[in-house]
Ligand binder design. Sequence first.
Ligand code: HEM
Length: 491
Amino acid sequence: MSQLGAAHFLSLPRPDIFIGPPVGVPDTTTLAAHDFDVDTRTGFMPPQMPLRRLSADWEQWELTLEDAISSRLQLGDRSFIEEVDKEKSRSWRDRVRELPILSIEGLKSSETTLRRAHLVLAWIMHFYVHSLPVSEPVRIPPSITLPLLQVSAQLQLPPVLTYSDDVLYNWFLESSQVDELPTETTIKCQTSFTSTNDEAEFYLTSARMELAGVDALELMRSTMDEAFVGDDIAIRRITDYLCQLVDVIHRLRAMLLDVKKGCDPQVFYHDVRPWFRGEDSQSGRKWVFEGIEQDPTLAEPTELSGPSAGQSSLIHALDIFLGVDQYSHERSLTGHTVDEAQATTAAQKSAFLERMQLYMPRHHRTFLNHLSNNPRPLRALVFDAATSPESSKGGTSVLEAYNAAVMALKEFRDAHMIIVALYIIAPARLYEAEVKSRSSVTQPPTRPGSESEYVTEKHSDNEPLKGTGGTDLVRFLKGVRDQTKGALMTL
Ligand code: HEM
């Protein structure tokens, strides 16, 4: 497949934009009409391989990231770190501090270059923050603060690792396949913190699901086309599309459960996941962005949650299309505990899933806005057909098919709860029990666990387990799952 054409909207230079358009209004400065960067063959994943390296002007960033990966930097809050590892990570951080502040002017010439810059800088920042010893304050050096915040402003993304950095734009194809479209079997993982197969499989599971989601997007499009016609034949076709959608959601559920085949829960919980943490899952440890005052156009970041598949546009699209978002994106589902919710700002209090849309590539956010503003929403259409006195409209069948699709999404969330129990809740409990039993005989735990993780993740009566998005995860995920079921329609 050839590279993006010079006239493609992603290849065009971007004007300086620091504030996005109002909610619901397409960003016409960069967006060709109806081009939401959603591909009919690859969905929210780009059809072309993401850029693998920035050009020579930004080589120092690429080398710094490579250095962190190849040095196998350790998490700074581990209870037992060898002196040699401490020194290795200290000297890497010193080198980051000494980096020059590189201009991002030349990066603005294309969207794909800006994406790569966001990925590299966000990855460096997470290595920097999480390799710090817990006793040290989190002060991100100007060499990272300034370009990361500037690139993020261009992309209208928060200056933190997002789902697009670790899933959507974090894959490559073997050189013999670079001209082909990415597929579930050919994509490989580009960047990881630990260089383990477990971490790669964690990202690739989501990436494969995004590719499989193309079938769902196609069914949504066909349904919306038929909804505009709205006659008996259209209702029958929509019934059929909804039945097909049930199969696609079941497939996504099976793919999610397949994460177990390649990613070990203990490795995920202890070695991989701690690198993702954002500011809000760090027990009040503030992230200070040094040097921000050097660029008056920059504002203090307010969104610093870690990457979560809660940022997957595919799952949001399913929610919105089925009208489940009125339930699952309910304002009470902030992801915070009651106490935290009272202490947080209005912005933090908005529904977690609504907030996660701020972490999506802005064209995808616009796509979701358009989907939400569909003048002929599916739920209303199903309700009208089911309550129509003319039985020929196939109302009962379309209602059954609609409910089956909602149920499939609820079952997807049931499976997600199983995964969360396996990958977070069980390892947290196991580790806590081990710490308790060993502390009674004054022995360290066998795993090189992280003390602060234990503190933030402990599930004592008054302190719940936290998600990477900073949520009180059990309460939140159960809430979303139960609200999804609430969307089932009974007459
Ligand atoms: C080992 C695998 C996974 C684990 C441990 C996991 C964990 C979590 C956690 C803790 C949350 C709570 C929000 C937060 O604070 O981040 C969450 C939310 C979410 N995750 Fe996952 N996740 C996994 C895989 C996936 C995959 C592959 C998908 C699908 C692409 C997915 C989709 C979602 C969605 C859509 C949400 C938002 C809540 C919802 O809509 O139900 N997760 N996940």
